[in-house]
Structure formats: structure tokens, C-alpha cells
Design a protein. Sequence first.
Length: 123
Amino acid sequence: MQTSSIKKQTALYVYDFVSVLIVPHLLRRFGWNCITAVYKDNFLEIAAAQQPDIIILDQLSDSDLEFCRQLKNDEKTKNIRLIVVTFGDENISKAIKAGADGHLNAPVSILDFQNIIQPESFS
């Protein structure tokens, strides 16, 4: 149970379909603050300014790998934990090479989601 003396974790959730809002709902349910950004709509600037604890990049594709690299090569954002949601095993190794710290396979189970966002899993 969260108390007022414990810092609430913050996540930046980046998505490409407006209808995909289950992740922010789950983040809030698990006690996180949640910032949302429509995919490719200046989320790198949002990440630098807001400094979330984690970024969840939904529906990673080959063209998105450059965003992962940019995030991890920027001094302001390189230490933010980056989790990507992928549709297929072939994208996992590409995402890790581009700088992702972890991944979730779609469709994402609530248990897998809860496990990957736990602060103790950040080490």
C-alpha cells in the first residue's frame, strides 16, 4: 500500500493508436503517475523534460528503433528504463540492440506487465 511518504513512480507511455489506453489505466491501478504521448509526437522532448522512471514504447516496429537509440544516446534520457511492447520475437533482439532495457510481447498479460514495471526489477 502506498503512503504519502513514498515517491510515486512515473511512467511515460508512448502509443500510436488513440484507442490503446489500457496501459495508462493499469499503471494508475498499480500506483504510478502516467504521462501519455501520441507516438512520434515529440515524446523524446517530453522524456527529457519530465524525466519519468520508465518509458513504455508500444508496438515497436523496425522504423521505431531509431527512437530507442536516440533516447539511450541522449545524456538527459539515457538512464530512463525503456520497455518496448513487440509483436513478434524477431523484434526483441533488435529492440535490445537499440537500447531497450526490457520487453513485453503483445498481447500483454496483466501479470507480465505488473512484473516488469516493479521498481525492484529496475536493477
